[in-house]
Design a protein around this ligand. Structure first.
Ligand SMILES: [Zn+2]
Ligand SMILES: [Zn+2]
Length: 346
C-alpha cells in the first residue's frame, strides 16, 4: 500500500509499504478513506518533534472504514465508518479514568499515531486500543464533516470545555487558523455575550466574518483597544491563545481582565516568558495544552445536529498519489488554503 513516510529530517516520501496487521487483541485495522494534513506534520518534517521516529507513516487526522478488529474489540466491527483519534489511550489508567487521556501512561499514550507509530496518510492504518481510539460516524454525517473530529475539532472542543465560559463573558480568541476556527465554533456553543477573534492575516479574519457575522475581529495592533471597548471590567473574561507566537502569548495575558482564565491551546517553537512582576495583582488562571481528545462521540452528535460544521475549512482536496503537491500548497499557504483533504482511491 502507499504510505506517506517521514524518511529523514526535512524529507517525506510516498513509499510502498506492507499493509498493517493486528498486533494486539485490542487493535483495529482501518481502511482510510479521507485524511488531512496538520501543522504538526510539518513540525515533524522540520525536526521540531524529536520523538518522531524516522520511517514512520505520518498523518493523524483521518476517517475510514473498519477492515478488521482484534478479538477484544467491542465498540466497532468491520464495515463501520469511523473517525480516528489523534491520541492513543488505554481507558483504564489513572489519567484515562479522569478524562485526561493525553497523559495516558501506556508507552504509546498520547500523540503516537503518525509520530511514533504508523499513521493515516496511507491506505490503511493500525489503531491500538480501538475501543477508545475509534468512534462510529452517524449515517447522516459525511467523511468531510467528520474529518477533523479526532484532532483539531477535538482540540477546539476541549479548549472551550476547560475555559469556564459564562453567558456574560467577553471571550477573546487569538489565532484564526484551522484550530482557531474550530475553537471559535466550540466557544460559540457556550453562547458567551461576545466573541472577539484576532489574527494577523486579514484573509483569515474575513473567513471568520463570512462564516460568523456576529464575531468581532481585529489584527494584533488593534485588538487591545477593541477588547477594552467591548468588555465591562477592563479586559476579556476568558482568553484562548491558539496562535503560538511570542506576540500572542503576551497579548493573551495583557488582554485578560484581572481574575480571567487564560487557556493556552497553542504549541510553541520555544519557551515563553511570564513577566510575573508586570502581571502581579492580575490573579490570572492559566490552563495549558494539550488536548484530552475523549469527547469525539459528543462532537459527532453536534455535527449530526447541525451545531458544528467544519467543512468550510476544507479548501482543497488531492488524491494520495499527489500528496507531495498537497504538502507544498499547505506549507507555503498558497491559494488561500486552510485545510487540505487527502482522498484515498477506491
Ligand atoms: Zn494535528
Ligand atoms: Zn490510560
Amino acid at each position: 500500500m502507499l504510505a506517506y513516510t517521514y524518511v529523514d529530517h526535512g524529507k517525506f516520501e510516498l513509499l510502498d509499504k506492507p499493509k498493517p496487521v493486528l498486533l494486539d487483541d485490542r487493535d483495529a485495522i482501518v481502511r482510510v478513506t479521507l485524511a488531512s494534513i496538520c501543522t504538526s506534520d510539518l513540525h515533524i518534517k522540520h525536526g521540531s518533534v524529536p520523538r518522531a521516529v524516522p520511517g514512520v507513516t505520518v498523518g493523524h487526522e483521518m476517517v475510514g472504514v473498519v477492515e478488521e478488529v482484534g478479538c477484544a474489540v467491542a465498540a466497532v466491527k468491520p464495515g463501520d465508518r469511523v473517525t480516528v483519534n489523534v491520541e492513543t489511550f488505554c481507558g483504564v489508567c489513572f489519567f484515562c479514568q479522569n478524562g485526561w487521556v493525553n497523559n495516558c501512561t501506556d508507552p504509546n499514550g498520547g500523540w503516537a499515531l503518525g509520530c511514533r507509530i504508523d499513521g493515516g496518510q496511507a491506505e490503511y492504518v493500525r489503531v491500538p486500543y480501538a475501543d477508545q481510539g475509534l468512534n462510529k460516524i452517524p449515517d447522516t454525517v459525511s467523511d468531510e464533516q467528520a474529518l477533523f473530529v479526532g484532532d483539531i475539532l477535538a482540540t477546539g472542543y476541549w479548549a472551550a470545555q476547560i475555559s469556564e465560559i459564562k453567558p456574560t463573558d467577553t471571550v477573546l480568541i487569538l489565532g484564526a487558523g484551522p484550530t482557531g476556527i474550530c475553537t471559535l465554533q466550540c466557544v460559540r456553543l457556550k453562547e458567551p455575550r461576545r466573541i472577539i477573534v484576532c489574527d494577523k492575516d486579514p484573509r483569515r479574519l474575513k473567513f471568520v466574518r463570512d462564516c460568523c457575522p456576529e464575531i468581532l475581529t481585529a489584527g494584533p495592533e488593534q485588538v487591545q483597544e477593541l477588547v477594552q471597548a467591548y468588555s465591562e471590567h477592563g479586559g476579556a473574561d476568558v482568553v484562548l491563545e491558539v496562535a503560538g507566537s511570542e506576540e500572542t502569548f503576551r497579548l493573551a495575558w495583557e488582554c485578560a481582565r484581572p481574575n480571567a482564565v487564560v487557556t493556552v491551546v497553542a504549541l510553541y517553537d520555544g519557551p515563553q516568558t511570564l513577566p510575573l512582576p508586570e502581571m502581579y495583582g492580575k490573579n490570572l488562571t492559566f490552563k495549558t495544552g494539550g488536548v484530552d481528545g475523549c469527547n469525539c462521540a459528543e462532537t459527532l452528535e453536534l455535527i449530526a445536529d447541525g451545531k458544528l460544521d467544519t467543512t468550510p475549512l476544507i479548501t482543497h482536496t488531492y488524491p494520495l498519489r499527489d500528496i507531495e503537491a498537497a504538502y507544498d500548497l499547505f506549507e507555503n499557504h498558497r491559494d488561500g488554503v486552510i485545510k487540505v483533504a487527502i482522498q484515498m482511491e477506491e
